[in-house]
Design a protein around this ligand. Sequence first.
Ligand code: NFE
Ligand code: MG
Length: 566
Amino acid sequence: MANRITIDPITRIEGHLRIDVEVDNNAVSNAWASCTMWRGIENILKGRDPRDAWLFTQRFCGVCTTVHAMASVRSVEDALKVQVPINAQYIRNLILIAHALHDHIVHFYQLSALDWVDILQIPKADPVATAKLAESLSPWTRNSKTEFKAAQDRVKAVAASGQLGIFMNGYWGHPAMHLSPEVNLLAFTHYVQALEYQRKALQVVGILGGKTPHIQNLTVGGVANAIDLDSTSALDMDKLEMIRELLGQVVRFVNEVYFVDVCAVAGMYPEWFKIGKGVNNYLAVPDLPLDSASTSYDLPGGYIMNGNIAGVHSFETAADKDFRDGVSEDVAHAYYHGDKPLHPYKGVTDPDFTGWNGDQKYSWVKAPRFNGAPMQVGPLAQVLVGFAQGHPLTKKYAGLALEKISAVAGVQATPAMLESTLGRHGARAIRCAMLGELAQKHLQLLIDNIGQGDYSVHNPPEFPSGEQEGVGTHEAPRGTLSHWIVVKDGKIKNYQAVVPSTWNASPRDASGAHGPYEASLLHTPLARPEEPLEVLRTIHSFDPCMACACHTFDPSGQQIAKVKVL
Ligand code: NFE
Ligand code: MG
């Protein structure tokens, strides 16, 4: 008979997620992903000025802080057919990239690495052997035995105190952990260094965005950054050079540490390329526009159905007609009233909390579908879509990653292996390396354009009477994000956000089809079911954010009091 395991809350994520699995013969036979938090902003936007929406929507989340601001202004610009000056595109792109660099680094080290790295093996490591191994993998100058010894001493001191603090409750000594003490020390040392470099990426967001989290520099129609090379209180050459310096340091960390560590750890757990595939429909939108009208992009988009990578469909624009027409949200198993899937322009958010019932309603997350199908979104989707289209930058870093993984694993790694738990980590590292290169490119494009004497940053929007619809998209760190707005006589009539973690954490739909988290857990072997480390590995590989995924709000406030965090 199957045993039920409930993990609530899943930690090292943003927000509140509960996972239930049934385990039969030490393998997962059924799974439920349930968002146990309820909050939100979509409904309070109704009746407001569309130019204010981005300031509200970026409060969906404190992790992907910039992305809901960006998707929001893009949705209004799409509705009003407003183009933004090229300086504004570059500044926006730089903010999005810098934020994503921070986000991916934190995700691997702080949120996921300890699923693979056993902290309590570190006291046994030889720092000299660790330095030798590290030097064979990377030219990173901070891979010295002195740094490794210092990191080891920190772990020894914590272990000796008997108070493990944030490292308490890890599955240390679990049979599915099998890195050598030296590799554990190597990864932990980089865990500590990562804290420094993610902060440098955020400094770029702060310089351009005014502050972080939650930038202040956007407008519908552009950005509010004054450009003046002769004024230290505006965006001048000093600040642009400061950004260049910070990005240089972050990009070096990404290429010489993060990318290398992901490939090495992946090569040491090759069995995890066969686990965690789940939903093999993939969706990504084009992003990082290169012109005012947003007709060409540095990141490609499209979709793949049933793992048919060669049969990829491309999106021409970030708000492609196929995408606009194809999205709907189903609430059959979510705590909302509604009897059929609705397109986001017609989306309704009417709460119906029943308590967890695996056969009926069990999550605050809606079930987004594309042409009726569940879709996996995120760096893996983006890398597969780009690879399938022959996108040169994707091919460059995907090729490099597969080469490094093959060298460590001793077997030839293939793009199809990326469709797995470890593949999601690999794809995130590939995407991060691509973004590092693009950060430097977009900074140069901005400097060159300013050098031509173009200081313009904003085109004022005009609101015609009548009704307009718009969608703003962004390929956020966790995947495809879309904000859908209906404007009527200059005011917001309806607003829906369909968010990356909503796609991935989706519950079943009316037809019973699983969302990506659920599907990826099926058949996962559990070495020790009472310590379900393997479930955490797969769920963490998606980088969940429940704060984003569930942002609905009941204006009467009545249901909120009944919500129980289980
Ligand atoms: Ni709150 Fe987010 C991202 C968005 S949700 S983190 O990336 O949008 O998946
Ligand atoms: Mg929503």
